[in-house]
Design a protein around this ligand. Sequence first.
Ligand code: MG
Length: 389
Amino acid sequence: MNDVDRGPDSLAPFAAHDASSRGRRYPEPPPEFRTEFQRDRDRIIHSNAFRRLAYKTQVFVNHEGDLYRTRVTHSIEVAQIARSIARALRLNEALVEAISLAHDLGHTPFGHAGQDALNACMREYGGFEHNLQSLRVVDQLEERYAEFPGLNLTFECREGILKHCSVRNARELGDVGERFLKRHQPSLEAQIANLADEIAYNNHDVDDGLRAGLIDVNGLRDVRLFRRQLDKVTSQYPGLGERRLVHEVTRRMINYVVVDLIRTTQARLEQAAPRSIDDVRQHGKPLVGMSDEVRAEHLELKAFLNEHVYRHYRVLRMTTKARRVITQLFEAFMNDVHLMPPEHRNTARDGEANSDTRRARAVADYIAGMTDRYAILEHRRIFDAGERV
Ligand code: MG
C-alpha cells in the first residue's frame, strides 16, 4: 500500500504532506491519481541522469565485475532502507524514496575520486560538489518538459537532495539554501534518506570488499558490529558456506542498525512532540538518529572500510587513473571548448560576463554527466591518435 491507498490521515502530523508542501518552482496542477511526492519520484526514475547511474562507480569501476554495486543499485538500496524506516515512523514513503533515488544524480564518473578531481579542477571557478550538482541536475540540467527546465520537483524533495552546503553557496540558492543560513533542519524524510545512505554503503561495501578480496571475514572480526552478528550466525549455523554466511551477517547488521535508528527516533519524537513539518525544521538538531552506542559501532565500521577498502592499493590505483582521466579531460575542454559536442560547447560560449567561470561550469557539467565508460572512451578519443573520434 502506498500513501494514496492508506490516505493522508495515516501519515504522522509531522510528516511531509501534500497540503503543507512549499510547492514547485513552476506551479503545476496537482496530479490526478498520485501524490505530489509520488510524481517527484516518477520524474526522477524517468530522467536521463538516473539511467546513467547504472554505469557510474560506487567504489569499484564499472568494468571490474558485474556483481559490484553501481550508483543505481546503491541508490535503490538506499531507497529500500529509507522506505522501511519511513513506514515504521508513519512518514512519507514516496518522498524518502524520491530523495534516495535522486541523492547521487550529480555524481561524477569514478566515485569519490572523480568528485575530488573535478573539485580540484574547479577550485578557481567556485568548486564542484556532487551534492550541489544533484540539485543542479533536477533544477536545470535535465531537459524533458516543455514548460520548465529540469524536473520541477517539490521544495521538500529539493531540500532533501541538498544535504549540505557552504554559507556562500546557500546565499545563492534561494529557498533551499535558507536553512543553512538559519541553521534549521530539513524534513524527517530528508534526515532518513541521509542516514539510509550511510547504512547502505557501509554494509554493501563490506560485501563488495569481501567479493573483491580486499578484506576477509577474519579481519572484520575487529569490527564490533560485524563480530556480534558473525558470532550469532556461526553458533546457530556451524559450517555455513561463506557466501551465505556473509549475507546472513550483513542483512543482520542492517537490521540491527535500522531497528536501533527507528527506536531511537521514536523516543526523540515522543520527547520533542513536533506538531508539524515546520516544528521539525525549527528543532535545534536532527530528530532522526541512532543511539550513541550504535552510532559509535557504525562509525567504527566506516573507519575500518576507509582504511582497508577505500585506501587499498588496488582501489588507489583506480583512483589515480580516474583523477588523470578527469583532469586531462577538463584541461583539454577548458583550453578549447570546440572539442566538446555542440550543445555543451554552446553553453560554454554563451554570455560575456565571467566567461572563464561560465566555461568551466559548462565543462564540469559535461564531465559530471559522463558515465565511467563514456569518460574513458572520451579520453581515448581526445588523447589516443589511433582511436576514432
Ligand atoms: Mg550515496
